[in-house]
Design a protein around this ligand. Structure first.
Ligand code: FDA
Length: 385
């Protein structure tokens, strides 16, 4: 058995930064991953430019059965700490929108930076290596011919299985007696029944909207697809949506005033023409059909306008489901935070066992929040081992 101070399972964002942190503090660290290259999700993130953090990171931007759990790690390794690391490596960056920070160049720079940090800590990264059975006894963990008193599980969640994502973290947690909050796809498009909208006609149409579900509201773009709803506003609320619940979209804020004004300004026009002033033409068409107000606006009563305004303020859908892990940017749920120390990510009942990153029941909003959780939780464990 080769001896190490810590073995890290998973060479994603959380695992690599945990390993680099521990290595640079003097620990002998081994990273194992079954993939043939490190940081595969980093490489495809942010359209290839990696939205690596967000300037507005706050604990409120994360979902968890315990909303307080993420506070400690996020406070001890902040978005500004990660940004300082990015700048130390000379990586040019920019804010795109809503505090989202991206590389000017390529996500490959973030992976190269993490690998350089690992190299600086003397970390050994073994790729194309399966985990297999994990042995545990006398306070030591044995994996793939290596042994260490600390094991950091950083294998993420099952979203995008075709990239090699698995739920192995949950199997490992259960094997050590830790409970798992039911995982579910999050930041994921929602599917609708054929009956809810004439989708073929508006597939591909995007527009600004306020999407609401599960008591949360997000103002961003919504996109109608041939299967249902997508776009940032929908991905955001999908994490809060539960089967059976409704999702509503405000497409025209202040719709009643806007319609009254349109009636005054263009009395000979039909609803479709007014809607086309505010919304993409194909969507205006579909909505006018759904609202069914046929007469000229000048002949429409306040009650007619109020009925139309109701739809424009809260176009309500009852999704049949989500597009699943194949399309989910992250997995919500995961290893129960009740089993972990919020300061170190160590399992309370299994000294030396740590769980970090997406594998934990902490899920961020869209926009760099999930990577910040990966960095912060990884550093918390890396400092502790
Ligand atoms: P991650 O999944 O990154 O790493 C886990 C590692 O474990 C992988 O290398 C995997 O190969 C390995 N592994 C898994 N199972 C294994 C097994 N059985 N044996 C051995 N190894 C195993 N977030 C964000 O903040 N900004 C963004 O721009 C994006 N963009 C984005 C785009 C797309 C398409 C996706 C799918 C996701 C995002 N995300 C994102 C989310 C972000 O990628 C995610 O939250 C982090 O990568 C999670 O980091 P982890 O290190 O926890 O897991």
């Amino acid at each position: 058995m080769e001896q190490f101070d810590a073995i890290v399972l998973g060479a994603g964002g959380a695992g690599l930064l945990a390993a680099a942190t521990a290595g640079q503090a003097g620990a002998r660290v081994l990273v194992l991953d079954h993939a043939d290259r490190p940081g595969k999700k980093i490489l495809i993130s942010g359209g290839g430019r990696c939205n690596f953090t967000n300037m507005g990171v706050e604990p409120e931007c994360f979902l968890s059965e315990n909303p307080h759990f993420a506070k400690s790690a996020l406070a001890r390794y902040t978005q500004w700490d990660f940004l300082a690391l990015v700048e130390r490596h000379g990586i040019a960056w920019h804010e795109k929108t809503l505090g989202q920070l991206f590389c000017d160049g390529s996500a490959r720079q973030i992976v190269a930076m993490l690998m350089a940090e690992c190299a600086a800590g003397g970390v050994e990264v073994r790729l194309s290596t399966g985990i297999g059975e994990i042995g545990h006894g006398d306070g030591r963990f044995r994996v793939a011919g290596a042994e260490a008193p600390a094991l950091i599980v950083a294998t993420g969640g099952p979203s995008i299985p075709k990239m090699g994502a698995t739920g192995v973290a949950y199997d490992i947690a259960r094997r050590f007696g830790l409970s798992v909050v039911d995982p579910r796809p999050a930041l994921v498009p929602l599917t609708l029944s054929e009956g809810e909208m004439p989708f073929r006609a508006i597939s591909g149409v995007a527009c600004p909207a306020v999407a609401r579900a599960g008591g949360m509201a997000f103002e961003e773009a919504a996109l109608f697809t041939h299967r249902g709803l997508s776009g940032p506003a929908i991905l955001q609320v999908s994490s809060y949506w539960r089967p059976g619940e409704a999702v509503s979209l405000t497409l025209v804020p202040g719709a009643m005033d806007a319609l009254r004004e349109a009636r005054r300004r263009m009395p000979r026009a039909r609803l479709k023409a007014a809607l086309a002033e505010w919304l993409p033409a194909r969507l205006a068409d579909a909505l006018a059909g759904r609202i069914g107000l046929e007469r000229e606006l000048g002949n429409a009563s306040d009650a007619d306008l109020a009925r139309a305004a109701e739809t424009l303020e809260a176009l309500t859908f009852h999704p049949t489901g989500t597009e699943g892990y194949a399309k989910a940017e992250v997995t919500a749920g995961g290893v129960d935070t009740a089993a972990l120390s919020s300061r170190t990510m160590e399992a309370r009942s299994v000294p030396g066992l740590y769980v970090v990153g997406e594998a934990v029941d902490v899920t961020g909003w869209l926009g760099g929040y999930n990577f910040q959780w990966a960095w912060a939780s990884g550093v918390a464990a890396g400092r502790a081992v």
